[in-house]
Ligand binder design. Sequence first.
Ligand code: UDP
Length: 254
Amino acid sequence: EGKAKIIYEGPEKGTAIQHFKDDATAFNNQKRSTVEGKGVLNNRISEHILSNLNQIGIKTHLIKRLNMREQLVRLVEILPVEFIVRNIATGSMTKRLGIPDGTILSKPLIEYSYKNDDLGDPLIAREHILEFKWVKDEKALNFINDSCLRINDFMQGMFRGVGIKLVDFKLEFGIANIEGKENILLADEISPDTCRLWDVASEKKLDKDRFRKDLGNIIQGYQEVARRLGIIHEEANISEVKFGKPKAVNIKNK
Ligand code: UDP
């Protein structure tokens, strides 16, 4: 069980079930809350993006969505590196470097951080990744870098077409053994939890920054993303749908 998801053993060898929770965390787990309906939306949004990426030849762990909160995925060994792609400077990068928030980068920038909660996911260089073999070799790292840029190109176009700027996002990759061959697959999720998405016209944030910065209307932001991508219908209003936990039924008197 992680911060926003639970991974269960899958029905067949080499598969897993990825369950999306409503839990939201930020600042390395220091801020925590529950956002009702978030898991359902992230499940749908991530399925949409990963299956579209699959159609342009990016290999992903996604096999299929099973239900409101779960996906059947290939079991992978996650590489201990977060790949952050940035188009506009904001968040930790502006704090670290003193760059004005919202600076448009002349070309996409990839940053790496070491996936380790105890250390606070520190920023690392390519050389660290290769030295400590967090990715097997230079060829594999170059392949992942190229994939990050392709994914960025595709996603930037997809979001721009529905009036959303793709500011930055995080990707995770994993290794799966398929028919005796090692494959590098895009894994984890791509959702408003892992991307920064700004409305083109108003610059309004439609992502997890609404939670990080206490901007309110978190679920409405995620819902707007799903609506614009055509995943949920115009008239749908997730905030009116109740996603309460199943209640125990007293069967004594039955
Ligand atoms: N991000 C993420 N998980 C992390 C760190 C970052 O999904 O553990 C995403 C984040 O949502 C944003 C991008 O990566 O879209 C860049 O995040 P940044 O480095 O600015 O970190 P933050 O400001 O979130 O600490």
